[in-house]
Design a protein around this ligand. Structure first.
Ligand code: FES
Ligand SMILES: [Fe+2]
Length: 344
């Protein structure tokens, strides 16, 4: 870990911490947001809350306790906290004890639910953060896979905008039936907090595309902090392939892939698709973990040529985000429209 903020995951943005269905009404779950331990819970009404997962009394993880009558109960000495973080009771206090426990509070974090996923923002100004991704069509199916990677947030996020790794890392027969590399020409334009590869006709004959039945239009958007949104349209058929990075404790990163579709036949393929999705993400995880060990020895990268321009853009966007926050100013996208060529 270096002191340079450009090397750290941004701390005042939204990160995906899991699926909506992972937190049932009356239940809670511990999640990590970088080094911040968070307990995400759901009231019986369905409302979510996110609090620092650390009892102020002796530091116990509240996520190890229970929710009783709507309050979190610490498993160590039974202090109770309301979903807004305010201490509601200290069972050990005698009747004459006038200790003012209502002044004890847990830090509370912004939490939102979109398209079946839970997002938490531990910063002070969630309104200024890049918007949480949403699916813009009525989906009939959804598939989510989450992997832990022993690699930095940057290294995982860079893999979302790295066309040159695909031919080497993802060389499965079902993803790249043709082994030959061809020159690609792609058009990019700035979009809010990132850039978008403007819609074009997919020429690849990969299985995912063939399933759609007609020639699809593909649009790929990248936005801070580490959000890749691939949108595939073929007539009325829609497929969204979203990938996110979320920082975990000890320099680890969650790699999250969420797929959505409105194609009824695809639901039948879910049992087949899940292992393929896992294999695909596992290919990224395996290579990223080994590369991280190299970067641990020397944390420098040589970014070269047009296939690395998107990686340069990633750091430009991040630098501008940090600058704007430092200056208390609005984020101004530093990118210009550009055509990029590479072989992949
Ligand atoms: S540590 Fe939580 S009640 Fe004592
Ligand atoms: Fe990859």
């Amino acid at each position: 870990m270096t002191g340079d903020p450009i090397r750290r995951a941004l701390d005042d943005v939204w990160y995906c911490v899991g699926e909506s269905r992972s937190v049932r009404p009356g239940g809670m779950r511990a999640v990590s947001l970088g080094e911040e331990a968070v307990v995400v819970g759901r009231e019986e009404s369905g409302a979510l809350f996110a609090l620092r997962d650390r009892c102020p009394h002796r530091g116990m993880a509240l996520s190890a306790g229970r929710i009783v009558d709507g309050n979190l109960v610490c498993p160590f000495h039974g202090w109770q906290f309301r979903p807004d973080g305010v201490c509601a009771a200290i069972p050990a206090l005698a009747r004459r004890d006038d200790a003012n426990f209502a002044s004890v509070r847990l830090a509370r974090f912004a939490v939102e639910e979109k398209s079946g996923l839970i997002w938490v923002n531990a910063g002070q100004n969630p309104e200024a953060a890049p918007p949480i991704p949403e699916v813009d069509f009525a989906y009939s199916g959804q598939l989510v896979e989450i992997l832990e990677v022993e690699a930095s947030f940057d290294l995982v996020a860079l893999s979302f905008v790295d066309p040159a790794h695909v031919a080497y890392v993802h060389d499965s027969w079902w993803w790249r039936p043709s082994k030959t590399m061809k020159e690609k020409v792609k058009h990019f334009a700035p979009s809010p907090f990132g850039f978008t590869m403007t819609s074009h006709t997919a020429k690849t004959a990969s299985l995912a595309y063939r399933l759609l039945g007609s020639i699809p239009e593909v649009e790929i958007e990248f936005r801070l902090p580490g959000v890749r949104l691939e949108r595939i349209t073929a007539g009325e058929k829609r497929l969204a392939n979203y990938t996110f990075a979320s920082p975990l404790a000890n320099g680890r990163t969650a790699l999250i892939n969420a797929m959505y579709w409105n194609i009824s036949g695809l639901n039948l393929l879910k049992p087949l698709a899940r292992p393929l999705m896992r294999q695909f993400l596992g290919q990224d995880r395996d290579v990223l973990q080994v590369a991280q060990r190299g970067l641990d020895r020397k944390p420098a990268m040589v970014l070269m040529g047009e296939s690395d321009v998107q990686s340069q853009w990633y750091f430009s966007l991040k630098r501008e985000f940090l600058r704007a926050r430092e200056a208390g100013a609005a984020f101004v996208n530093p990118l210009e429209p550009r055509e990029l060529r590479w072989r992949s």
